[in-house]
Design a protein. Structure first.
Length: 102
């Protein structure tokens, strides 16, 4: 069985949330409201002070079309990083708001 580096997984999870939110021009208040958490909790998550619980994480993954195991799977994570680097700064405002509204 593969051993996971908990700190690395935590860091990846928090960075994914922050980077995806920013790339879609969502405020912390907007995303936090849709995830059912406070803006303060989202800020703590994005700043590595707290991990998201399961339900907000699954809501986030569903809204952004991301696999829930993204931070755990090295190959998936590297692919996400490449895609994110291509998108950043190139108007990556996807339809996350539409997904969040559903």
């Amino acid at each position: 069985m593969k051993s996971f580096n908990t700190r690395e997984i935590s860091n990846r999870t928090c960075h994914i949330i922050r980077d995806e939110r920013l790339s879609r021009d969502l405020t912390q208040i907007e995303l936090a409201g849709e995830l059912g958490i406070s803006q303060s909790a989202l800020s703590k998550i994005e700043n590595l002070a707290m991990m998201p619980t399961l339900i907000p994480w699954l809501k986030f993954c569903s809204a952004f079309g991301l696999p829930a195991n993204l931070p755990l799977d090295e190959k998936l994570y590297k692919g996400w990083m490449k895609d994110h680097e291509k998108k950043s700064g190139k108007g990556a405002k996807k339809t996350a708001r539409a997904h969040l509204d559903n």
